[in-house]
Design a protein around this ligand. Structure first.
Ligand code: HEM
Length: 452
């Protein structure tokens, strides 16, 4: 809905349906895509077409601040059609995106509050130990990205839905990868497209989760459930308490949403932390020192706890710096709920907007020598507000960020305690799909530490 008097953000929308996806995800780096358009059109807001929709991209600190702090005032959360289609049952796609994201969020606080998270730390620790013992220790060389996925997925299956048997987890992981690869794809549903594979993967996992829900309901009714703290039981109990019957399919879609939201993002983070530690041996030594100070206070077999993770301050700076340079999530979307003006440009009601990590993460004004890996930027007060936004911001900020923090810190503790590593190919290229990944999944040589 455009009016002839209004001044709309400059830019071009590219080809129908495909829009400028090629330029973003195949032709180059998303960072260059954003920067070029900020230079060419406006440093504040420009138009493009991505993920099957026309978008106004809000840039810089002001753009981030505007979208994050105007939630439910003049913008609201919005997801591209590809995301909704892949994460829902076909009949649920009609449901408004707004309702959908409220549902997603409302179940999480109980599961992700600090009191609950504390219980997950020893589980994360013992699973990281078992994972490294099984998949890394016997080898001299490993590929980090697929292994990081195995670890983070097994952990999510265990904590969210209490699936412990590795055979079941592995059965989930192939359709699951298809979902991840097609989530932000061009929504063209022909055999052979990423979108098509993702929809088929989603159907398989939905069915699996549905049968799990039915089984769990019976267990809960019979009071047999000993895993009452997992996310699935919490959702089932909560949906029963509110006096409204939540459809099993809706619950299955929510569970799938959480698994998807936590899967690629945390495994990308783990991979890039290891990548940068290989590139910077002196930073590796500082992380090792911090982690060994904690390890030395533990008795044989004693697992990590909340207090220990609070002491992993430098390690967290390293993880943040990895997320600044290689952000696991590109940014998300909002929809205008009314006409408004931003920096002199009209944004009509119904327009979709996008904020993107790359509009600030490498701005030398906020991050001097932006290409340099320097974790100490996160010490003290850290970066200025709205400049470092790997988890988004405002009321819609990622509800899983504390979980992700604990997961990566516990993994770092265990991996540096056991190994030092070098890249097999020091020049291994970073590719963007549009999320960052390493061309060969980050192949490293492992050097086992001698006994401490
Ligand atoms: C390094 C890891 C992660 C990164 C970088 C990340 C990043 C993000 C970002 C950028 C958003 C959108 C925020 C916004 O629109 O302002 C988001 C939303 C979300 N994240 Fe994460 N995330 C991570 C891990 C997780 C984990 C582990 C979980 C689950 C336990 C999770 C669950 C969610 C959910 C459910 C949403 C949607 C919230 C809503 O619709 O309001 N994320 N995440």
């Amino acid at each position: 809905r455009k009016s002839s008097h209004a001044k709309y953000p400059p830019g071009k929308t590219g080809w129908p349906i495909v829009g400028e996806m090629w330029e973003l995800a195949v032709g180059g780096k998303p960072e260059d895509f954003i920067k070029e358009r900020m230079r060419k059109y406006s440093p504040d807001v420009f138009q493009t077409s991505l993920f099957g929709a026309n978008l106004a991209v809000f840039c810089g600190v002001s753009g981030n601040k505007f979208l994050f702090s105007n939630e439910n005032k003049c913008v609201t959360s919005w997801w591209p059609r590809s995301v909704l289609r892949v994460l829902s049952f076909p009949e649920a796609v009609k449901q408004s995106p707004k309702d959908k994201s409220i549902e997603l969020r409302s179940f999480l606080p109980e599961f992700l509050k600090p009191e609950s998270l504390q219980h997950y730390i020893p589980v994360m620790d013992s699973m990281a130990q078992e994972h490294l013992e099984a998949y890394w220790s016997p080898l001299k060389q490993v590929k980090v990205f697929p292994l990081a996925k195995t670890y983070t997925f097994a952990l999510a299956c265990r904590l969210f839905i209490s699936i412990k048997d590795p055979k079941n987890v592995n059965g989930f992981s192939i359709p699951f990868n298809d979902i991840g690869n097609g989530l932000f794809s061009v929504p063209v549903n022909f055999p052979g497209t990423a979108f098509n594979r993702a929809i088929r993967g989603s159907k398989v996992i939905h069915e699996e989760i549905l049968s799990l829900i039915r089984q769990r309901k019976t267990e809960l009714l019979e009071n047999k459930d000993s895993e009452a703290i997992d996310l699935l039981s919490r959702i089932l109990i909560a949906s029963n308490k509110n006096g409204r019957t939540v459809d099993d399919k809706e619950i299955a879609s929510n569970i799938l949403g959480f698994l998807v939201a936590s899967h690629d993002s945390t495994s990308i983070l783990v991979t890039f932390v290891l990548n940068y530690l290989a590139d910077h041996p002196h930073i590796y030594e500082k992380v090792l020192k911090e982690q060994m100070e904690i390890a030395r206070t533990k008795a044989e077999g004693e697992l990590l706890n909340w207090e220990d993770t609070k002491r992993m301050k430098y390690s967290w700076c390293v993880a943040c710096e990895a997320m600044r340079l290689a952000p696991p999530a590109l940014g998300t979307f909002r929809e205008a709920t009314q006409d408004f003006t931003y920096k002199g440009f009209t944004i009509p009601k119904g327009w979709k907007t996008h904020w993107n990590v790359y509009s600030t993460h490498k701005d030398p004004k906020y991050f001097p020598e932006p290409e340099r890996f320097n974790p100490s930027r996160f010490e003290g007060d850290g970066p200025a507000p709205y400049t470092f936004v790997p988890f988004g911001g405002g009321p819609r900020i990622c509800p899983g960020r504390e979980y992700a923090r604990l997961e990566v810190l516990v993994f770092m503790h265990n991996v540096v305690k056991k190994f030092k590593w070098e890249k097999v190919n020091p020049g291994e290229e970073i590719l963007y799909t549009p999320t960052p990944t390493l061309a060969n999944g980050l192949q490293i040589h492992l050097q086992h530490h001698k006994k401490w």
